[in-house]
Design a protein around this ligand. Structure first.
Ligand code: ADP
Ligand code: MG
Length: 684
């Protein structure tokens, strides 16, 4: 790949017109990175036809329509007696039928009113709502008639996150693909050119078929993705067993570990003991350990990892525990530090927040070898961080790290051991292909005394009954998460949904809290902290999926998930893991909407029947393989961009054998690894 293309792919989205630091951060959350390349690998989930309808009565409620409207009058909304009235723009179609355009969020009101001046025709595009009158809430497009063709007739819909509209996605896409030809000119590798050509087709689909797993573009992209991944695995495996990469065999001592067990207020489960034994046996060999510990949230992976770190410390070497976010690093540190203190091991935390003198001090302690265990984010591997003897790298939530990234971390020590922790269960049948270069330990047993979470599904029609029951529980001290989904296309109406649910619940629970992605992070953190605080009156927290990662409220025992049918099984299982962390009985209530399909209900049944993550993953795979649902691409179990597990099985075999036969990676394969492994170059 030519330098120019390389730099372009690596450049920050912030420098795209219309994207500032705030949006770039939001993109970062959704895309898992904020480079141009991260955007390009994030492809639309489906397409929506936005055909023009002239007469509103020709359309069905629920349809997305594009319709010329004559603006008749403005009716400003506002809030009175705690209730919020929407602003309404009363319009008429060509036949004089009334159509009301409604806005709930009043922040940009003047902007909207100006876009819909009284007495003028405008082309308006949005979803037609049910009800006695024709209503369009927050239309996605409003254009002057002469620019009506700016509204796409086939619109690619991107999986989105909070604070990002489909328009923003389209704008960024258009700019990137307008710049691409220049950057790619002179590229001589025809495979790479073909790769970007296929990518363009899926970003500008002509129909939904282009996005299906069997479309020629998707098949090509999936194959290249698999080739990159399987090649990285092969290289990683070869590196590991290469005689030049032998690991230092340190003295086998177990005194501190025994002492550590003795300080625990519980005894380890059989599954934890098994995992620890597997790890210790790895640590006595001269081939570096490369092990993955898989287990549901709360299965006790941290203790297992800590045992390995303590054994390392006793032999004089250091351990770095890498977490994906600051918040998670802090949570780990809070858990680990007191345990280390009891047995006299120096433990520290290092994140991007550490600056100046305090950071310098921490670095000195690491360099001298005094700090034995350090918890942190990527900051742990900045250039200025030196270790005296890094013996073990622990990676939490490993699915967010690419194989090459993992390899790059190894260069910080002399072939340190690697231990990855993952709460994302991969179906057993796939484990070998995904983790081909790692040994796997499974923790499939919950700590003693942990009760299974009671899960029920309930139609939304029975919500008042549910609220009455919650009231009794909350009055008795229970804490409740109430989760509203994020619908991909329109973040505005999501906000409306979560806000109005909050308004309603507040009538019954006056101390209810609210968090969503459009709040400031500091504001959000403060609400979450209040909810976590046992002395606070806030016992119910209404939230969008921002709570999915990073919040630990052991006393929360109830989670209500609204429109549960819109979530994937992986997401539901992770959300459910927010409760059931203590010894009290916990409950999960899956509320489903009126339009739920039979297949949707069947999926929810999987959750009511089992809370074994591996079993759920397996069922999910089977259902996706046979059903009409979206592919495994967006299943949430593994983050492939183009590969569909259920439907690309033969591509797996092809890519795996191509990778195995490769003596050393070609330039194309290196470029593909760069593309798919977050820009980390792997040395082979
Ligand atoms: P994970 O990292 O797998 O989500 P943790 O290691 O954080 O799980 O453990 C969750 C909670 O369970 C912690 O509070 C931990 O102290 C506790 N725990 C771990 N192992 C056991 C056990 N064998 N018996 C009882 N409690 C345990
Ligand atoms: Mg954990």
């Amino acid at each position: 790949m030519k330098r120019e293309l390389f730099d372009f792919l690596n450049s920050d989205l912030q420098f795209i017109k219309g994207v500032g630091p705030v949006l770039a951060t939001r993109f970062g959350d959704v895309l898992g990175g904020r480079r141009v390349l991260d955007f390009m690998l994030h492809i639309p989930a489906y397409v929506r036809a936005r055909g023009v309808t002239d007469i509103v009565t020709d359309a069905m409620p629920g349809d997305v329509i594009t319709i010329p409207l004559l603006v008749k009058s403005h009716k400003r909304g506002g809030s009175f007696r705690g209730r919020r009235a929407p602003t309404q723009i009363i319009c008429a179609d060509k036949m004089g039928n009334s159509v009301v355009v409604q806005f709930f969020n009043v922040n940009f009101l003047d902007y909207w009113l100006k876009k819909l001046p009284i007495g003028q025709w405008r082309m308006v595009s949005g979803k037609l709502e049910r009800g006695s009158r024709a209503v369009i809430n927050h239309p996605e497009f409003i254009e002057e008639m002469q620019y009506a063709n700016k509204i796409p007739s086939v619109q690619a819909i991107y999986p989105s996150g909070e604070g990002l509209t489909q328009k923003t996605f389209a704008n960024v896409r258009d700019q990137i693909f307008a710049m691409l030809p220049d950057k790619i000119a002179g590229e001589s590798d025809s495979d790479i050119c073909e790769f970007f050509d296929a990518l363009r087709h899926v970003h500008y689909p002509e129909s939904g078929d282009d996005l299906l797993p069997n479309s020629p573009y998707m098949v090509k992209l999936a194959y290249w993705e698999l080739l990159a991944h399987q090649s990285a695995i092969v290289i990683s495996r070869r590196n590991r067993t290469d005689v030049r990469n032998r690991r230092i065999v340190r003295p086998q001592k177990y005194k501190l570990v025994e002492k550590f067990y003795g300080t625990l207020p519980f005894s380890l489960t059989g599954a934890q003991m098994r995992a620890i034994n597997e790890i210790f046996s790895d640590m006595s060999r001269d081939i570096p350990m490369m092990r993955l510990v898989q287990g549901d949230v709360g299965s006790g992976k941290t203790i297992v990892a800590l045992a390995a770190a303590i054994k390392m410390a006793e032999s004089g070497a250091q351990t770095a525990l890498l977490a994906p976010t600051d918040t998670l690093a802090q949570q780990h540190y809070a858990k680990i530090a007191p345990l280390c203190e009891k047995i006299g091991i120096v433990c520290d935390i290092l994140t991007g927040r550490d600056k100046g003198a305090s950071r310098r001090e921490k670095l000195i302690s690491l360099r001298s070898g005094r700090t034995k265990i350090v918890v942190g984010t990527h900051a742990l591997f900045s250039d200025d961080v030196e270790y005296k003897d890094l013996g073990l790298v622990i990676i939490d939530e490993q699915h967010r790290f690419g194989v090459s990234q993992r390899e790059a971390l190894r260069t910080k020590g002399t072939n340190p051991d690697m231990l990855a922790l993952s709460a994302t269960p991969i179906p057993r049948t796939l484990s070998m292909t995904v983790y081909g270069d790692m040994d796997v330990s499974v923790i499939n047993e919950k700590p003693a005394g942990r009760l299974p979470i009671k899960t029920t599904k309930l139609p939304i029609a029975r919500i008042s009954e549910l609220v009455a029951r919650l009231k009794v529980q909350v009055d008795a001290g229970a804490k409740v998460f109430w989760v509203c989904p994020l619908v991909a296309e329109s973040d505005v109406s999501d906000l409306t949904a979560v806000q109005s649910r909050y308004d309603e619940l507040k009538q019954i629970f006056p101390h209810a809290g609210l968090v969503h992605g459009q709040m400031d992070k500091s504001q959000r953190d403060s609400v979450m902290a209040q909810f976590a605080d046992d002395n606070s009156d806030m016992r119910i927290l209404v939230a969008t999926t921002v709570i999915e990662v990073g919040i630990d409220v052991p006393r929360a025992t109830i989670i209500v998930i609204e429109n549960a049918e819109q979530f994937g099984l992986a997401a539901l299982h992770q959300l459910r893991g927010r409760v059931g962390r203590g010894n009290a009985q916990s409950y999960c209530i899956l509320l489903y909407g009126r339009n739920v399909s039979d297949a949707g209900l069947k999926r929810l049944d999987v959750l009511t029947e089992t809370d074994d993550g591996f079993e759920i993953a397996e069922q999910d795979l089977i259902m996706r393989g046979t059903g009409e649902l979206l592919g495994t691409r967006q299943s949430g179990w593994i983050n492939y961009h183009f590969v569909d597990y259920a439907r690309h099985r033969d591509l797996f075999r092809l890519a795996a054998s191509a990778a195995r036969d490769m003596t050393s990676p070609t330039q194309t394969v290196r470029d593909l690894m760069f593309i798919f492994d977050r820009g980390v170059t792997i040395s082979a």
